[in-house]
Design a protein around this ligand. Sequence first.
Ligand SMILES: [Zn+2]
Length: 88
Amino acid sequence: MKHTSKISITCPQCNEKISIGVEDVILKSKNINIHLPHIHLHGNPLHALLCYINSELEIRNVGIIRSIEISRDSETFTQIMKKWTNPY
Ligand SMILES: [Zn+2]
């Protein structure tokens, strides 16, 4: 099982409580001076919560993405299914 760091936030679009999991390997690899962009897809209609996370695992900025497009090729589908079964 992968190690993750969990952060909770309420989505400003739908008020759903979102638990954000960031892979430690990604956190460790990033430049600590740059906020890590993290995206969380959910809701009906589907939208994305875009969070910028600092090295102290605090959310510094959030955005909502309502315009989402997913490539309809088998490689992308396979990768999405992999994320689905093992999200972090
Ligand atoms: Zn939402």
